[in-house]
Design a protein around this ligand. Sequence first.
Ligand SMILES: [Fe+2]
Length: 133
Amino acid sequence: MARADIEWTDEFLIGIAELDHEHRALVRDINRLHGALRSHDEPARIEETLGEILARMQAHFALEESVMKEHAYPHYAEHKAEHEALLDTVTGFIVRFEKEGEDVAEALEESLDEWIIDHIVTHDRKMSLMVKG
Ligand SMILES: [Fe+2]
């Protein structure tokens, strides 16, 4: 069973325009993956979407890390370590998807859904409160 789309809500806004913009794009990409899996698109297309999600995550984390550095954010190391762990997790899933196909898709989707919401609502909100503080 493939998963439903994430519904964007304004609770996801953290008040830093460039990061909010990227969070929307990430949610859109993850929803594109959900749609592709629901309609059983070809594995090659799904892998392409996964590659795009990973690239967007990398770019997003790099921007976030530069915002944190600029503001001498005290939890920088912790937040950066979280980014690295996430990239490892998603990369691991992509490798598994390439081998195991749709069997691994649901775990991958669940992990992306949980990640994006936790990332925005917990970690990024905490950061934005201090950075904007
Ligand atoms: Fe973020």
